[in-house]
Design a protein around this ligand. Structure first.
Ligand code: ARG
Length: 580
């Protein structure tokens, strides 16, 4: 017997467990196929609410016709309080039709459960999310904003599922570029420019010094000497380096504040600098690395990967040694179950090597690289653009000013201060959503029209939907003071109410799927779909004019929709406003 008591279990899990049980009792000999049996939402209501497609898999394993299997399954499945009936379709699909009263009971349970019924899949588990991670003395580029927005959402999603989460901004604050920057700083610095826009100025002197190093061997040697001095703790160079780091962090902080992002730890590569020699020594001792042309190299033919240099021929350590030391240190300190890295697609090989080498060193933690394609920016998208580097500040400014124009047009009577606040929420939300709603592994073309569209799959569309729902609740409270709609049962007098309720029930499913695939876009897709169902509901049934009981049930559905939209947007790191 299935337990449908007070604690909320996501519907897909409950049905999957029930159907799996039926399969197990009908075909215990099927073995490992059984573990993968599940129910999935149907594409169209004629196929029921959920369906199970596993009779086909079992048929292959057992050499029995899938329809026969499906029939037997239905015969042996014990009653489930939520299942009204089952039907077999096509070659052996099992379609499950849910009981209306069960849907409304489950929905009420979900709305009343803490965290809207999200399961605590992560209880007792720790996940580290390494994201944003810009480089010191360089401006953040569009790849870093994507990492920031996607990484922050993954952090939120995992926290909501009960994981102990640690976010780490792994700043690029240690590396060969610092010799070049120090030389550039000493010879080319414009003090005034440093005061007004420090990162731009550091970047400028870096580029100038770098270019010089390519044609002037003496200069290059000087740069190397400065780097060695820094690495061996030379007081002056260390002080300069600290300044670079502080200036950069201050500028990054400004962006994080605007994006509403903060980190549990901000360590940067330099934190691990004393551990680099140890890691390389360990690789040597275990005969995983050997010398080749003066460098220390891990050869990885058996992993079908190119060789990975862990110490350069000049004795310097590199990005690879730094990340290997970072894995080991994190494992020691936090005992994580998983470490998730969020960067652009160009680092795929790097992480494949780091993960493979870490495993050779005995690391059993699940190491996951979440990569994304770079966002394409059609010419003229941003008013300020230099090369490939978009000034993030400008991007956010522009989002807010465009949003302000929209808000002013839709609410001309709103006081200016409020309009600015709403524009901030809408503008930043639009930028984040444009990023999060895409499958991260495709090239995305950003346009303002799409990001800010009030009638399409955009952040503002969802924020407006949320505000509209809030106003329905307000109107109800005004017209029917003292009545709590949430104390009334949820009833379905029309199909759209049932459709909306079922969609609401799928919130936990969307969130768990997003976590499994590390894809916030799953939550975004879900929310857009939900908002569309809500809008059909809103346009087609009367609210305040409906009869007693039906009215309250509808207003209650509105309230749950608002809750789900708000929580879902929050998982994407997007704020909402009650009034827009
Ligand atoms: N600083 C690097 C960059 O800007 C990203 C670092 C990602 N994290 C890591 N542990 N390697 O490309």
């Amino acid at each position: 017997m299935i337990n449908t008591s007070s604690s909320f279990v996501p519907v897909d899990r409950e049905l999957s467990a029930w159907i799996r049980l039926a399969f197990e009792s009908a075909y215990p000999e099927a073995g490992s196929v059984l573990a993968r049996i599940s129910t999935v939402p149907t594409m169209s209501p004629e196929f029921g609410d959920y369906q199970c497609n596993d009779a086909m898999n079992l048929a292959r394993a057992l050499k029995i016709k899938p329809r026969v299997i499906a029939e037997r399954l239905i015969a042996v499945a014990g009653p489930h309080p939520g299942v009204a009936r089952m039907e077999i379709a096509g070659p052996g699909f099992v379609n499950v039709f849910l009981e209306d009263s069960w849907i409304s009971d489950r929905l009420a349970a979900m709305a009343g459960a803490g965290g809207l019924g999200l399961p605590s899949d992560g209880a007792g588990k720790t996940v580290i999310v390494d994201y944003s991670s810009p480089n010191v003395a360089k401006p953040m580029h569009i790849g870093h904003i994507r990492s920031t927005v996607i990484g922050n959402s993954l952090y939120r999603i995992h926290s909501a599922l009960g994981y102990r989460t640690v976010s780490d901004n792994h700043i690029g604050d240690w590396g060969t570029q610092f010799g070049i920057i120090i030389m550039g700083y000493r010879h080319f610095l414009d003090q005034k420019a440093l005061e007004t826009s420090p990162i731009e100025e550091l970047e400028r002197v870096y580029v100038k010094s770098y270019e010089k190093s390519r044609e002037d061997a003496d200069w290059l040697n000087e740069c190397r000497r400065e780097l060695v001095k820094l690495q061996s703790g030379d007081e002056q160079n260390v002080a300069l380096w600290k300044d670079f780091v502080a200036l950069s962090l201050r500028e990054f902080e400004g962006i994080y504040r605007r994006l509403g992002v903060s980190f549990d730890i901000v360590r940067g590569e330099s934190y691990y600098r004393d551990k680099l020699a140890g890691v390389v020594r360990q690789l040597e001792e275990k005969e995983l690395a050997r010398e080749s042309e003066g460098a220390m190299v891990v050869f990885m033919e058996e992993d079908k990967l190119p060789p990975c240099i862990v110490r350069k021929s000049d004795g310097g350590y590199n990005y690879a040694s730094s990340d290997l030391a970072t894995v080991a240190s994190r494992v020691d300190e936090f005992g994580p179950d998983r470490i998730i890295y969020v960067t652009d697609e160009r680092q795929q090989l790097h992480f494949r090597q780091i993960f493979a080498i870490s495993r050779k060193l005995g690391c059993s933690v699940s190491l996951e690289h979440v990569w994304f394609g770079l966002m394409r920016l059609p010419e003229g998208t941003f008013s300020t653009r230099e090369g490939n580097v978009i000034k993030l500040e400008r991007l956010l400014d522009e989002a807010e000013s465009r949003a302000l124009a929209i808000v002013t047009a839709s609410s001309p009577d709103m006081p200016e201060e409020r309009r600015r606040e709403v524009a901030r929420v809408v503008g930043i939300g639009a930028i984040k959503y444009a990023d999060l709603s895409q499958n991260p592994q495709t090239t995305v073309t950003f346009t303002w029209e799409k990001a800010l569209a009030l009638d399409g799959n955009s952040g503002p569309y969802l924020q407006y939907a949320y505000a509209r729902i809030a106003s329905v609740r307000d109107k109800f409270a005004e017209r029917f003071p003292g009545i709590d709609p949430d104390g009334f049962p949820i009833v379905f007098t029309q199909q759209i109410e049932r459709t909306l309720a079922l969609k609401l029930l799928k919130f936990p499913e969307a969130v768990t799927r997003a976590a499994q695939a590390c894809k916030p876009s799953t939550v975004a897709d879900y929310l857009y779909d939900l908002a569309q169902s809500y809008s059909t509901f809103y346009q087609n049934v009367p609210f305040l004019k409906a009869e007693d009981g039906v009215r309250e049930s509808r207003v209650r559905l509105c309230g749950i929709t608002a809750k789900v939209l708000k929580s879902g947007l929050d998982l994407l790191g997007i704020e909402t406003q009650e009034r827009i």
